[in-house]
Design a protein around this ligand. Structure first.
Ligand code: SF4
Length: 385
């Protein structure tokens, strides 16, 4: 315990946490020691970003659930011909965006399955560019947070292009930031079991760093609580920290936030469910990892967000006392995790997010995707739908 207290004291005084020390903190089971870790993370959060808890009013737009891949944890994907397979038309997408803006959204998060048929004049990039231009053309003030590193690689592969060309074209069309999803755990041994068809660790890092260099910030994520070990969790955090350190050396913002996404396995294949041993997240280890992520990353990635979709609002509110300073977005429509069996819901009212924050006696603030305060709502232009 004394060693732990002096380790946490050194960290609070500005000495970075090592990977080895992070593993030890993750393996700590003594309740008193875990309470010290929580208190240190909460204190560091207060030092780094203050007490205000932020949220974003946003909507998810998952334009298709048709996907050529078969990630072990994914209950969202469908094959062509399945009864509930869908592909939104441009009109349907614009109607959803209009509705979101009427409800105060400042951000649309756009991601979809990977389908080789997503083409315009035989070109995959042209389809994605048109999708963005259709929305950006009608809503120039809306922040478009779109396409994971996996989608960027898919477009590049389909069209035989480099990542720079793809990201630059999407940026020029109106993409202002990218979700750092598809990261799962950035350890190839884990990825081979969980999502063998997805991009490998090096490719994920290359695409994210390329986006940063092209002026497109990203979030960062981690899918936790399945087959990964504490050492692999720390390896993931180490790669994110080093990437952001390289960004800082270049004077770039790069990664805007870290989002911990606990595994939900209700619809996963039996073999994976047996191996993991639980379908819903186990809160205690998720909170301990939340704290260690703040302690390890906080000096470089200052915004930390839990997932209310996966933890429920009560679990996400608890995470605000373990190092998080943001409670995420309203989403308005969430399919990917809900179809996997998550019980947190698909939509969160602003008043519920504010109420959860206020229950901790902390102030709240609506933010933009890039963490500046929102001072006025967007207006809905008259549309030619
Ligand atoms: S997680 Fe994404 S890439 Fe993997 S199967 Fe699901 S939709 Fe496809």
């Amino acid at each position: 315990m004394n060693t732990l207290v002096s380790l946490l004291d050194r960290l609070l005084a500005g000495s970075p946490l090592s990977v080895e020390a992070g593993v030890r903190l993750l393996q700590e089971t003594d309740p008193g020691a875990v309470a010290e870790i929580r208190a240190a993370a909460d204190h560091l959060r207060q030092q780094q970003v203050g007490d205000t808890v932020t949220y974003v009013v946003n909507r998810n737009l998952n334009f298709t659930n048709l996907c050529e891949q078969h990630c072990g944890f994914c209950a969202f994907r469908r094959d062509e011909g399945q009864a509930d397979a869908y592909w939104l038309t441009e009109e349907q997408m614009l109607a959803k965006v209009t509705d979101a803006v009427r409800h105060g959204a400042t951000e649309i998060c756009i991601q979809g399955g990977l389908h080789p048929g997503a083409k315009e004049n035989g070109q995959s990039l042209a389809y994605y560019v048109r999708l963005i231009e259709a929305i950006a053309g009608q809503f120039p003030d809306l922040h478009l947070h779109a396409f994971s590193p996996q989608e960027v690689q898919f477009i590049a592969r389909e069209d035989g292009l480099g990542y720079v060309e793809v990201i630059a074209a999407l940026r020029d069309a109106g993409v202002q930031s990218m979700p750092g999803t598809a990261a799962e755990v950035l350890v190839d041994a884990v990825r081979r079991v969980l999502c063998p068809e997805k991009i490998d660790t090096a490719t994920w890092l290359e695409i994210v760093e390329t986006a940063h260099r092209l002026g497109v910030p990203t979030t960062s994520t981690m899918l936790c609580g399945h087959i990964e070990t504490p050492e692999q969790q720390m390896e993931h955090l180490r790669l994110l920290r080093e990437l952001q350190q390289r960004n800082c050396d270049r004077g770039l913002r790069g990664i805007t936030e870290f989002i911990l996404l606990p595994y939900v396995g209700q619809s996963a294949p039996k073999s994976l469910r047996r191996r993991v041993g639980h379908d819903q997240p186990i809160l205690a280890p998720v909170l301990q990892l939340t704290a260690v992520a703040r302690l390890f990353l906080g000096a470089w990635i200052e915004n930390h967000q839990p997932s209310w979709v996966k933890l429920g609002l009560a679990g996400a509110t608890a995470a605000l006392t373990w190092g998080c300073n943001d409670i995420g977005g309203t989403l308005m429509e969430e399919h990917i995790t809900t179809m996997a069996g998550a019980q947190g819901g698909t939509c969160m009212a602003v008043a519920d997010l504010q109420g959860a924050i206020a229950s901790l006696g902390r102030p709240w603030q609506q933010r933009t995707t890039l963490y500046t305060p929102v001072t006025k709502a967007l207006t809905v232009p008259s549309l030619s739908l």
